[in-house]
Structure formats: structure tokens, C-alpha cells
Design a binder for this molecule. Structure first.
Ligand code: NAP
Length: 329
């Protein structure tokens, strides 16, 4: 089949392998198809049930428990497994890769992934991270528009093949993402404060609420107000993925957490000593940051009091997790 007839110019590859068919892997399959990719998609996942569901949903053209078998013949390999599994998977697939195959990943941490994978795969590996996701996991959670109007960060090093970087960037642009090339340490630091530490705080807040002896579990659920409810949404995120994020972005997370604790102590002190001006000034500044996020198109100003509203991704509210008994957004 001639490429020109079958593939839109933007896809510079013919056969894809997706390793890990969870939220991100299944969304990539949907996005490929929705954007006109009609070549074979081999799915690799160690989880037999995930493979069965992926087959049922038609997410691929072949399904493999072995990642090495899945990548055979592919010229684009998408690693969509937890960060901690990237190195061993790279070693497993390396002998089976076609000579010109490009490999990229979607891991939420980039330094540790590059350290584990670049020595194995070399200049053909393009580290990537779509800043897009939900608190759901598994192959049923994916949808084609997940990456639209979202950033995708690529963190190549000086050795990475520039043509491979451009092929991967073009793929993400086709999915509607804005691509940013970033220094790897900078990525891990920025994500520590914008994503990793907020998740850690949410996990801890929900844990504390449930552990508080003076408050019953029923009260936590019944009176679940905005701030806490939003935290439960974050705290419902995949445990394996987030364990790996913290173990693999240790330096940046601990640095950010240290700063956070110092700033928290200042607020704590202001409350103790009745320093209202201090509190007001901080809250005033943070409100401006929220406005900046809305202006940048990263969220909408719509009020959200936990009432069902149309999910940005078109997901039915019924499909949202009900961790607290209150619908997650
Ligand atoms: P997920 O929904 O939990 O799915 C991961 C899938 O990969 C599961 O089926 C899992 O099987 C399988 N898997 C795990 N280790 C494997 C291995 N060694 N070989 C083959 N398959 C393996 O995960 P996800 O949320 O899509 O996350 C995937 C990656 O995307 C992670 O690196 C994460 O950091 C990154 N990411 C996630 C988000 C998000 O919001 N979720 C956003 C951006 C980037 P088991 O069930 O047996 O473990």
C-alpha cells in the first residue's frame, strides 16, 4: 500500500506498537484512528484483562502479552506504561526493534526515564510527556480528544535524532497538542510543583480526613465541600502510576515539598497570631494566578459545585468515579 494513499502526510510512520493500554495508551489508539491513521496498531500489555478489553474495543489490530512481540515490525513505538517499568521494557524490546523504529514514551517523569532508557535505545528514543489525563485508568478510560489543546513536552538530549523528534512532535500536533521542547531537569521541577506535589497533598488530605477520629466517614462523604471533593478526585488517581512518579522524581518533589512546608508554616503562624492582612495578601495573589490559568485556556471560569455537567471529554457523568459518593468532575 502506498503511504501517500493511505497515510496523511503528518503521520510519518506506518506501523505502530502501543505498550501499555491504560488511559494514555488507549487514548493514543483512539487519537490515531480519529486523525486518520489506518495502519496496523499492535497492542502490548502484561495485563490479560486489559488486552481482552482492548480487543473488544477494537483498539488495535494485534494483541500481545509480550512487549517484544508487539514491537516487531513497528516503526513507531509508544511506551505507555508506568515510569518504573520503562527501563526493563526498553531492554525487553530492544532486540526486536526494526532498524529505523522510533520509540517515545508518555511517562510523567523524564529524568529517571531517560536515564533508564537512553543507554538502551540511544538516539532513536524521544522522551515525551502529554500534560493531559484524568484520574481514571485502564483501556476503557481512553478517548480520542484527551490531548486536544493540551501541552505535550518533549525532552530530547543533544544526541537524540532530530528527525525522530520532529516525527514525534508532528504526531502530537496532529492530536491537537501544543508541543514544547524542554530541558529534562526543568520538566521534572515544573511538574513537581504543578502536578506531583498537588497529588501528594491530595492523597495526604484525604488520608487525614478519613483517619480523623473526631469525624466519621459518613460526615466526610455527606459534607464533602468543593476543596475536599476536588482533592478526592486527585486522590483517586492510579496508585501504581503515582507511586512510580514519586519514587522517580524524588529530588524535585522533595525540594518542592520543602518549600511548600516552609510557606505552609508561614500561613500557620499568621492564623495563630491573627495576622489577617498576611492571609489576605497571599490569597489575593493566588487568585490572580488562577485567573492567569483561565486566561491561558487551561481551565474555564465555570463555577463547579459538584453538580453533573457535561464532561469536557464527553464522558457520561455515570462513568465518573464516586469515591466520596459525590460525583467527581
Ligand atoms: P494505566 O491506565 O494504569 O495503564 C497502564 C497499563 O500498563 C496497565 O494495563 C498495566 O498493567 C500495564 N503495564 C504495567 N507495567 C507493564 C509492563 N512492564 N509491561 C507491559 N504492560 C505494563 O496507566 P496510564 O494512566 O495510562 O499511565 C501510563 C503512563 O502515562 C505512565 O507512565 C504515566 O506516568 C503517564 N501519564 C499518565 C497520565 C494520567 O493522567 N493517567 C497523564 C500523563 C502521563 P497492570 O494493570 O498489570 O499493571
Amino acid at each position: 500500500v502506498s503511504d501517500g494513499e493511505r497515510l496523511p502526510a503528518e503521520f510519518r510512520f506506518e506501523r505502530v506498537a502501543i505498550i501499555g493500554v491504560g488511559l494514555i495508551g488507549s487514548s493514543l489508539s483512539h487519537a490515531l484512528r480519529a486523525n486518520g491513521f489506518s495502519g496496523p496498531i499492535a497492542i502490548g500489555d502484561r495485563n490479560g484483562e486489559a488486552l481482552r478489553v482492548a480487543a473488544e474495543l477494537g483498539l488495535g489490530t494485534s494483541f500481545h502479552v509480550s512487549a517484544a512481540k508487539a514491537v516487531a515490525g513497528a516503526d513507531m513505538v509508544l511506551l505507555c506504561i508506568p515510569v518504573g517499568a520503562m527501563g526493563s521494557t526498553a531492554r525487553a524490546i530492544a532486540p526486536m526493534l526494526s532498524p529505523g523504529a522510533i520509540v517515545t514514551d508518555v511517562g510523567s517523569v523524564k529524568g529517571a526515564v531517560a536515564q533508564a532508557v537512553v543507554p538502551v535505545l540511544g538516539r532513536r528514543f524521544v522522551p515525551g510527556h502529554p500534560i493531559a489525563g484524568t484520574e481514571q485508568s485502564g483501556p476503557r478510560a481512553g478517548f480520542a480528544t484527551l490531548f486536544q489543546r493540551r501541552w505535550c513536552v518533549l525532552t530530547p538530549n543533544r544526541e537524540t535524532d532530530p528527525a525522530a523528534v520532529e516525527t514525534v512532535a508532528a504526531m502530537w500536533r496532529k492530536f491537537g497538542s501544543d508541543v514544547e521542547i524542554m530541558d529534562i531537569d526543568r520538566h521534572d521541577l515544573v511538574l513537581a510543583i504543578t502536578s506531583h506535589v498537588p497529588h501528594l497533598i491530595a492523597y495526604n488530605l484525604v488520608r487525614t480526613a478519613y483517619d480523623m477520629e473526631a469525624v466519621t466517614e459518613q460526615e466526610v462523604i455527606k459534607f464533602s465541600a468543593g476543596g475536599f471533593r476536588d482533592s478526592t478526585r486527585l486522590a483517586a488517581s492510579d496508585p501504581t502510576m503515582w507511586r512510580d512518579v514519586f519514587l522517580n522524581n524524588k529530588v524535585a518533589v522533595l525540594e518542592t515539598l520543602g518549600r511548600f512546608c516552609e510557606d505552609l508554616a508561614i500561613l500557620q503562624r499568621a492564623i495563630r497570631w491573627g495576622e489577617g492582612d498576611q492571609l489576605f495578601d497571599v490569597f489575593h495573589r493566588t487568585r490572580a494566578i488562577r485567573m492567569g490559568i483561565i486566561d491561558a485556556g487551561q481551565d474555564t471560569p465555570a463555577p463547579d459545585f459538584g453538580r453533573p455537567r457535561e464532561h469536557a471529554a464527553g464522558t457520561e457523568p455515570e462513568e465518573q468515579p464516586s469515591f466520596t459518593g459525590v460525583r467527581a468532575r
